[in-house]
Design a protein around this ligand. Structure first.
Ligand SMILES: [Zn+2]
Length: 375
């Protein structure tokens, strides 16, 4: 009798393990731990705008990020913003930066949580304001925060694990002119390297930047520019995104379910879902599968009929098709490539062009278009 009970328990346990570890994402597909299958994630966050001499956050600081196409998070104080400030924030949001809450006023009162979010949502249309940084590093209460926000930032200088235990307590490290804080390119780069080495998420906390006069911490603008160059050279290793988007990504990645609906020689249909509210969790996950060997390198991926970002990457001598898709964003269709040759140069020479492996030859002198597709 005792033996029988143990056996049933063992069966129950093993089926639970199968469901928790392998049911969510159907092979050979994989979802990246981080965007672009990077080794680690980082977020650059800036506090206190528009108070305490922080204007450079939205001028020279933002320009440095815009130049490389990286996104910053601005934790702002809505009750201190005038019309000019809101216009600057709207312009920053339009470039992909996150406008998030530093509470309504610079304190840890729970009654500022919702009003600060509402103010940002109404003044910066489209911004869902999903995250908050605690003024003076003091939380208004974890449970209260998570009723309104998906993530809150504290000031403990650790790299966060790939799935933080408590989203109301996301650790961050201070940079700039504060005592003991790194403020050179090596210090900025090494925290990103640490995130990559730990497969984790490193959150930078800045206050002023460049010529800002903030009394607590001002990050050196030239060091930041060099650091952004470093990130630009390491896009396959370090994923730099806003605090809110990385939090979205983690929760979507952990909740995602991917199934192959149909698989034909030149077309695969995939369904990607999660159980999260779609109005907030709308950030694309990075997904990959080995490229079927008879496919060309110009495959096309669409979600709900719209072409999504995709690329071919080579990992350990295997070609993978990597693409981005939003959970609950509609069916994903992966189609084998159509071979495309750009004939612009060839037609300029007036010579005959032979398309590789197709057996079709074209007299480019009589060809008026610039491209031709052969499947
Ligand atoms: Zn502050």
């Amino acid at each position: 009798m005792g033996k029988k009970v143990i056996n049933s328990a063992a069966v129950l346990m093993s089926s639970a393990l199968i469901f928790s570890s392998s049911a969510a994402v159907e092979a050979p597909f994989e979802i990246g731990t981080w965007g672009n299958f990077c080794k680690g994630a980082i977020s650059h966050t800036f506090d206190d705008y528009p108070t305490s001499s922080t204007d450079q956050q939205v001028s020279s600081g933002q320009a440095a990020f815009d130049e490389k196409g990286f996104h910053m998070t601005l934790f702002v104080l809505p009750s201190s913003c005038n019309d000019d400030n809101w216009n600057s924030l709207k312009a920053a949001f339009a470039k992909g930066h996150e406008i998030a809450s530093h509470n309504n006023q610079h304190n840890s009162n729970a009654d500022g949580l919702k009003p600060s979010q509402n103010a940002i949502k109404s003044k910066v249309p489209g911004e869902m304001c999903v995250s908050i940084a605690y003024p003076n590093c003091q939380t208004p209460g974890n449970a209260q925060v998570l009723q309104t926000y998906i993530a809150g930032r504290n000031c403990t200088p650790n790299v966060n694990p790939k799935t933080p235990q408590n989203f109301a307590q996301i650790d961050s490290k201070m940079f700039g002119t504060c005592s003991g804080c790194p403020n050179d390119v090596n210090g900025l780069n090494s925290f990103a390297d640490e995130a990559a080495n730990k497969n984790g998420w490193g959150v930078y906390c800045h206050h002023g930047i460049g010529s800002d006069g903030h009394s607590w911490a001002v990050t050196n603008l030239n060091a930041m520019k060099e650091h952004l160059n470093y990130l630009d050279r390491n896009r396959d290793k370090i994923w730099c995104e806003t605090f809110g988007n990385v939090a979205r990504y983690i929760k979507e990645r952990d909740a995602a379910s991917l199934t192959v609906e149909s698989s034909e020689p030149n077309q695969i249909k995939v369904k990607l879902t999660d159980n999260l509210p779609d109005s907030i969790y709308n950030y694309p996950l990075s997904i990959r599968c080995p490229l079927p060997e008879w496919w060309t390198a110009t495959s096309r991926v669409t979600q709900d009929g719209i072409e999504v970002e995709d690329t071919i990457i080579n990992v350990n001598s295997q070609d993978y098709l990597m693409f981005k898709a939003v959970p609950d964003g509609g069916d994903i269709l992966i189609e084998s490539g159509t071979r495309v040759r750009n004939l612009k140069l060839a037609s300029a020479t007036g010579k005959t062009v032979l398309l590789n492996k197709s057996g079709l030859s074209i007299n480019a002198g009589q060809f008026s278009g610039s491209t031709i597709a052969v499947s």
